[in-house]
Design a binder for this molecule. Structure first.
Ligand SMILES: *[C@@H]1O[C@H](CO)[C@@H](O)[C@H](O)[C@H]1NC(C)=O
Ligand SMILES: *[C@@H]1O[C@H](CO)[C@@H](O)[C@H](O)[C@H]1NC(C)=O
Ligand SMILES: *[C@@H]1O[C@H](CO)[C@@H](O)[C@H](O)[C@H]1NC(C)=O
Ligand SMILES: *[C@@H]1O[C@H](CO)[C@@H](O)[C@H](O)[C@H]1NC(C)=O
Length: 358
């Protein structure tokens, strides 16, 4: 946005003659008079530049990250104007921008889910980078860094993405049983979140091929196809992430695509003298000082720590799976992956995967 038209500025200056400086429309009108102390006013020909990075910032769950943002004036000012800085967030799943933090000088206020997790770096003049701690799965999206100095209002955006793993999820009731909110809850119960389009696209680039359509975080329904074939949209169609577009969140039922990132904790196959039914499996993990692992956790351990064990084990949702990092005979397909045996009846006897937090 450009500076106010001269007429408006004049009116603002006139107002200042009578009233004490203060806010109006969120601007500091008295900052119009900020200068070098010689009565010069710098609103002519001075431009405010706000810069972030174009490349997305990648991080993992639970880590800390800095979203860079700097501003400067051209030509340089001899003394900095007083500015207000606002960070806001456009979630990867869509919706409207949400306030993250507002700062004036060294004071700042953060909002809702960001309270206590964000602050400004302020290492040097003009450095308004956002220090972000303890990232969670649903923090991804586009962050806007906005600098407002009463004359100008400039902003730039930076994308935050998480490194992780996408997995298709079907509940025990079977295929296509989830409305949008049930899909979101199903992912959360597996220590994951509905995947964003960026995440499923990255997974497709790495070879994810799944012939059942699933909900994504933005309310669209899509499926990734690496090898076109008849039952999956036809052979004549190019490989890609196929979309049904936005679907009715309440009436339409599909599977889910969930996203999990790294873990603070470890997943392990419990060494136990005999095989266990589901109830016994859950207890056995507890007796070992841990918990039966969730699906998002076994995927994250497979992906981030190379968990590889060729024995089927119960997971918390009642499914039976095993993770293979190095494919070999008698351990499923020739691709690495988490093999699934679906949801056997709970009196079946298997091993169990447990999850221990540090
Ligand atoms: C993130 O920063 C916080 C506060 O500065 C610190 O306590 C924590 O150990 C950091 N976490 C990681 C994973 O580095
Ligand atoms: C985002 O994730 C955190 C931690 O998992 C959770 O507490 C919070 O409710 C989630 N927020 C939204 C908007 O889903
Ligand atoms: C979605 O499905 C769940 C479980 O079947 C149901 O309890 C819930 O009412 C549905 N939500 C909506 C918005 O229809
Ligand atoms: C598992 O076995 C125990 C006996 O060890 C039994 O009490 C329990 O009902 C069984 N659970 C299931 C789901 O079959």
């Amino acid at each position: 946005m450009s500076a106010c038209p001269p007429m408006l500025l004049l009116l603002q200056l006139l107002c200042l003659c009578q009233a004490a400086p203060g806010y109006s429309n969120g601007f500091f009108y008295h900052d119009v008079l900020n200068g070098n102390g010689n009565g010069e006013i710098y609103f002519n020909g001075v431009r405010l530049h706000v810069e972030t990075t174009e490349a997305p910032i990648f991080a993992v769950r639970g880590s800390n990250v800095t979203l860079p943002c700097h501003y400067q004036y051209e030509p340089q000012l001899t003394s900095l104007r007083r500015t207000r800085v606002k960070w806001s967030w456009l979630p990867a799943g869509g919706g409207h921008e949400i306030d993250v933090l507002v700062a004036i000088g060294h004071r700042h206020r953060s909002f809702a889910g960001f309270k206590g997790r964000v602050k400004l770096q302020q290492n040097s003049p003009g450095d308004v980078s956002l220090l972000f701690t303890d990232l969670s799965l649903n923090d991804t999206g586009r962050y806007r860094c906005e600098v407002i100095d009463g004359l100008e209002d400039e902003s730039a955006t930076v994308d935050l993405e998480l490194r992780g793993v996408v997995f298709p999820y079907q509940p025990s009731e079977g295929r296509y049983r989830l409305n949008f909110s049930a899909a979101r809850r199903a992912c959360e119960e597996q220590d994951s979140a509905l995947a964003t389009f960026e995440q499923i696209f990255a997974a497709w680039e790495e070879g994810l091929d799944w012939c059942n359509a699933g909900w994504l975080a933005d309310g669209t329904v899509q499926y990734p196809i690496a090898t076109p074939r008849e039952p999956c949209g036809g052979q004549g169609v190019a490989p890609g992430v196929r979309t049904y577009g936005p679907r009715h969140r309440r009436l339409h039922l599909y599977d889910a695509f969930c996203f999990s990132s790294s873990l603070r904790g470890t997943v392990y196959f419990l060494q136990h003298p005999h095989k266990l039914n589901f109830t016994e499996a859950t207890q056995a993990c507890e007796e070992d000082g841990s918990q039966i692992a969730r699906v998002g956790q076994i995927y994250a351990a497979w992906r981030f720590t190379g968990l590889d064990h060729c024995e089927a084990g119960w997971l918390a949702d009642g499914s039976v799976r095993y993770p293979i990092a190095t494919p070999r005979p008698n351990c499923g397909s020739q691709e690495p992956g988490v093999r699934s045996f679906g949801f056997p009846t709970k009196n079946h006897k298997h091993g169990v995967y447990c999850f221990r937090t540090p």
